[in-house]
Design a protein around this ligand. Structure first.
Ligand code: ADP
Length: 227
């Protein structure tokens, strides 16, 4: 069973606009994929279906074998705990330290204090910010803030991590650094799905790329990267 399956998924928004049309693909455990395409191609809609902010109009989105469209209101938060989310504007609490920001999902989940300390330090280490654990977010650069957002999204060790245009506010060099960080996460067992309009950047990373064009899957390939 794949971790995530889109099976002939269409999404019509009220007003009749078809944002996704007959979309099918699988994502395996620990796999990395970039979703790219023009503005309005359907990238955010695809992510919103996985996060259950929206439901498919036709077809099915299966996560760990369960049809997300059929979850009850009470079941949605449990499914979301298994899916980490990185936001473009990272949404950090500015009056809390990096440690506290990253610890938040574990506090909410009721994880014991010693376990929280261990996992937060592991997550901060993975994004290269362990030495800054006591800093406040505003003392960091934009790229570092985005790294904290990634640490917070992976700290509960979800099987799937989603990111919607995570480098939209960063300059090109920082954007590439952050994308490389995402592309290294699957080695730790987390599947990662990142939406980005920047096809040139994602091609350089040598990972699987899905290309959306007006809601349809136009391509599904793995670029050859020159050594
Ligand atoms: P992308 O993330 O690739 O820019 P979106 O998924 O945001 O694309 O949008 C896909 C299409 O669906 C666009 O034509 C957009 O205008 C439309 N759309 C997105 N959200 C809504 C909504 N809430 N209501 C109606 N149409 C929407």
């Amino acid at each position: 069973m794949p971790l995530l399956r889109f099976d002939a998924v269409s999404k019509l928004y009220p007003g009749g606009h078809e944002a996704l049309s007959g979309l099918s693909f699988d994502l395996e455990r620990g796999e990395m994929v970039f979703v790219t395409g023009h503005s309005g191609a359907g990238k955010s809609t695809l992510l919103r279906l996985i996060h259950r902010a929206e439901r498919a109009s036709r077809g099915a989105v299966l996560f760990e074998g369960r049809n997300l469209g059929q979850l009850s209101v009470r079941e949605v938060p449990y499914a979301r705990r298994r899916i980490g989310m990185v936001f473009q504007d990272h949404r950090l609490l500015v009056d809390r330290s990096l440690f506290d920001n990253v610890a938040l999902p574990l506090l909410i989940a009721g994880v014991a204090r010693a376990e929280i300390e261990r996992r937060v330090r592991t997550a901060l280490e993975r994004v290269g910010l362990l030495a800054r654990e006591r800093s406040l977010p505003l003392a960091l650069s934009a790229g570092e803030q985005q790294r904290v957002g990634i640490a917070r999204a992976i700290v509960a060790q979800p099987p799937l991590l989603l990111a919607d245009e995570p480098t939209g506010n960063l300059d090109p060099q920082l954007a590439e650094d952050i994308m490389r960080l995402f592309s290294e996460l699957p080695a730790q067992g987390t599947a990662v799905l990142v939406a980005s309009h920047d096809l040139h950047l994602v091609r350089r990373l040598g990972k699987r790329v899905l290309v959306l064009d007006h809601g349809r899957l136009a391509d599904d390939f793995r670029p050859q990267v020159r050594a």
